[in-house]
Write a protein that binds this ligand. Structure first.
Ligand code: ZN
Length: 272
């Protein structure tokens, strides 16, 4: 049995409202031992932390997704800071916050104005630097601005992962040059839009690769219908399918890939 870490699961999504505990149990039974629950708003991050508090082997990221950047203000900053504050470092809630994020820039649909996104992103990077927390990063169609901003803060951040990497070689080289971890989702299992990621995998150092489902989004397209069902909902229990696909491409056993990526997640997120 493999021991995987799903570093990006949107477990507080309404898609899981009816069976959240069962989804977690299913993931853990499938060998996905640890879940990093993605926080993407103040309320969502608080809910993720509260869930993690009562469910072993769950941690949460705490942050504001670029889609919600228009909600970023002084009050939100205080709330976010309280959720990750290491003062006192022994508080159980603070120990459950694995990273600040997801934060970043998304110019694909611009649900928040780009200027508000940049402000929200920069403030969260500054907070992560101040609180010495790693960051869980989201970048879509915003490479230039994202790179410019991240460069200014990277030296002050203890760690960073570019989650759901879907870019090309130039982007990959830029993130690796900034010593970022690379999060790969089931996007790579989609022969229509993810095939370009396959040759890029070999350029990701073994000690920088992380695995994630981004559930309930990004159901792996090449998974047998008998397994994935008809709902279209992705679940963290499907991470072993993504891991097996990647392991085969890299010529590794599933166990080796699980060991490497779990060690990476433990290092980045300070998992015990
Ligand atoms: Zn994202």
């Amino acid at each position: 049995m493999t021991n995987l870490v799903d570093i990006g699961v949107n477990l507080m999504s309404p898609a899981f409202d009816r069976d959240r505990d069962a989804v977690l149990a299913g993931a853990q039974a499938a060998g996905v031992k640890t879940l990093i629950i993605t926080g993407s708003s103040i309320a969502g991050s608080a809910a993720a932390l509260a869930f993690a508090q009562t469910h072993p082997n769950c941690k949460a990221t705490v942050g504001i997704h670029p889609h919600h950047a228009k909600d970023w203000d002084a009050a939100a900053k205080v709330q976010l800071q309280e959720m990750v504050s290491p003062e006192p470092s022994a508080t159980p809630m603070a120990a459950l916050s694995a990273a600040i994020g997801e934060c970043g820039l998304d110019y694909n649909r611009n649900f928040s104005p780009p200027q508000a996104q940049r402000k929200c992103f920069e403030d969260q990077l500054a907070l992560a630097a101040q609180l010495k927390k790693p960051v869980f990063l989201h970048e879509r169609d915003a490479f230039e601005d994202f790179l410019t901003i991240l460069k200014q803060y990277r030296a002050h951040l203890p760690g960073a992962v570019v989650h759901c990497f879907t870019g090309g070689m130039a982007e990959l080289e830029a993130w690796l040059a900034l010593d970022c971890y690379i999060g790969i989702t089931g996007w790579i299992c989609d022969e229509r839009r993810g095939a370009h990621l396959i040759p890029l995998l070999q350029h990701i150092p073994a000690e920088r690769l992380l695995l994630e489902t981004d559930a309930p989004y990004l159901l792996p397209r090449n998974m047998p219908r008998s397994i994935k069902g008809k709902s279209g909902r992705n679940e963290p229990c499907f991470l072993p399918h993504i891991a097996a696909f990647i392991a085969e491409i890299l010529g590794k056993t599933a166990e080796q890939l699980a060991a490497e990526t779990s060690a990476n997640a433990a290092r980045l997120f300070n998992l015990s």
